[in-house]
Design a protein around this ligand. Structure first.
Ligand SMILES: *Cc1c(COP(=O)(O)O)cnc(C)c1O
Length: 423
């Protein structure tokens, strides 16, 4: 079958999500495949930022309760908009903090080591910030991270094996923290099975959803996951430093926040100014201080688009895009030593394609110079994320042609094979 440019155009014509592209600031001079690191700005997100600036302008302090999106209830409102993306009830989600601070909050709330159950289980492929947070939480409890953080190893350097993780769920493990999708290879972990196995052993389990939130549907309630946390600037296009999110299973409501603050309060009680905290009886209890209203503002507009598009439709198109990209890479770039290092199977493939090549750093620089925006991951990885809401199949086709030209003409050799400050 011919899978060339005509085929790409045909796929674009049949794309039921194609109208969303017009809502984003996409440059016609470049092909943006980095939505898994920082999603693009949409006009709706921009509009809601202006609306919140306007409530400050118009109402001053009264913006907390007046204006289009009263700030006092914004974290809860955004939690409700996020709940369908993770498959849980509105009261189980709050938009607050960042990935790393939410992980700190959740571990300090749910990790209660005892003499015989005092270790945390993680993996050796997770993003460094999660590992730093887990180690520092152990230290705060007077435990040695070298002995008390158990990191499951990978057999191939890219993926984790479910059975290997389960085998590491020993009696001395009190808490498990794993990513839903690995940030390099894009592998999706089997959250349902891992949760079931953890609970059989009386271990609490939480997931970092940074690379799946807004890209892949979740059924956290059905799977009975204890907690989860994520950022919103990747697939949900909340902008640089946008406010993160967390989920706490309602069976844990009433667990006191490990890191308390006045925004952990029941909302009706907060302004009683008592020195004894009456914590909210929902996920709101895991907030700490005043919400970062302007960094949450873009999410109002952005999350509406996810509600309209539907996460299952987004996932379907995302799989088509990555599938098409992999097919073209095999067809067009067979001579150039690329290894497709993400899982192929749709059950295990996340939202991006992960290519390995010894010259990856300079190939990324050459791609950027030619207007294709990937990202580089140490030491030899190229991540390419065609995103369902704003990328097209024609862009996938064009990007592969550009990569082929760079390889054929060896123009990547004009660049140094080392990463930039921000890779
Ligand atoms: C992006 C990402 C982070 C970033 O954490 P921040 O607190 O938002 O800076 C952490 N962990 C994972 C797995 C990520 O993908």
């Amino acid at each position: 079958m011919d899978i060339g440019f005509n085929y790409a155009q045909e796929l674009d014509q049949n794309d039921t999500l194609h109208t969303f592209r017009n809502e984003f600031y996409v440059s016609d001079k470049s092909i943006y495949f980095d939505g898994n690191s920082l999603g693009l700005l949409s006009k709706r997100a921009e509009k809601t930022v202006f609306e919140l600036l306007d409530s400050w302008k118009q109402h001053g302090i009264d913006g907390w309760t007046e204006g289009k999106h009263p700030w006092f209830y914004l974290s809860e409102k955004l939690g409700a908009l996020s709940a369908p993306l993770v498959g849980v009830d509105a009261e189980e989600v709050i938009i607050t903090g960042s990935t790393t601070t939410n992980l700190h909050q959740l571990v300090s709330s749910f990790f209660h080591p005892t003499e015989y159950k005092s270790k945390i289980l993680a993996d050796e492929l997770n993003f460094p910030s999660d590992i730093y947070a887990l180690k520092s939480q152990l230290q705060l409890k007077g435990l040695n991270p070298n002995t008390h953080l158990v990191q499951v190893s990978s057999n191939d350097g890219h993926t984790l094996d479910t059975d290997t993780i389960i085998k590491a769920m020993n009696e001395d493990i009190a808490l498990i923290v794993l990513p839903s999708v690995l940030y390099r290879s894009g592998q999706i972990l089997d959250i349902e099975t891992l949760t079931k196995e953890a609970h059989k052993r009386n271990i609490l389990i939480g997931f970092d959803l940074c690379h799946s939130f807004g890209a892949i549907p979740h059924q956290l309630s059905e799977w009975d996951v204890d907690f989860a946390f994520w950022c919103t600037y990747k697939h949900t296009n909340g902008g640089p430093g946008s406010v993160g999110g967390l989920y706490v299973n309602k069976k844990h409501f009433g667990t006191p926040p490990g890191l308390a603050g006045w925004f952990s309060s029941k909302k009706e009680k907060q302004f009683d100014m008592e020195h004894t905290l009456t914590a909210a009886t929902n996920a709101g209890a895991f907030q700490i201080g005043t919400p970062h209203v302007l960094s949450a503002a873009p999410l109002i507009g952005s999350l509406q688009m996810f509600e309209e598009a539907g996460i299952h439709n987004i996932r379907k198109k995302s799989l088509q895009l990555t599938n098409y990209l992999m097919k073209l890479i095999e067809l067009e770039l067979g001579d150039f030593n690329f290894v497709i290092a993400n899982p192929r199977d749709e059950k295990e493939r996340g939202g991006h394609v992960f290519l390995e090549h010894p010259e990856a750093a300079r190939i990324c620089k050459a791609l950027k110079a030619e207007g294709v925006i990937p990202d580089f991951r140490q030491p030899n990885g190229i991540r390419l994320a065609p995103v369902a809401l704003y990328n097209t199949f024609s862009e996938v086709y064009q990007a592969v042609q550009i990569l082929k030209k760079i390889m054929t003409k060896e123009t990547y050799k004009d660049y140094k094979n080392e990463r930039g400050v921000i890779a």
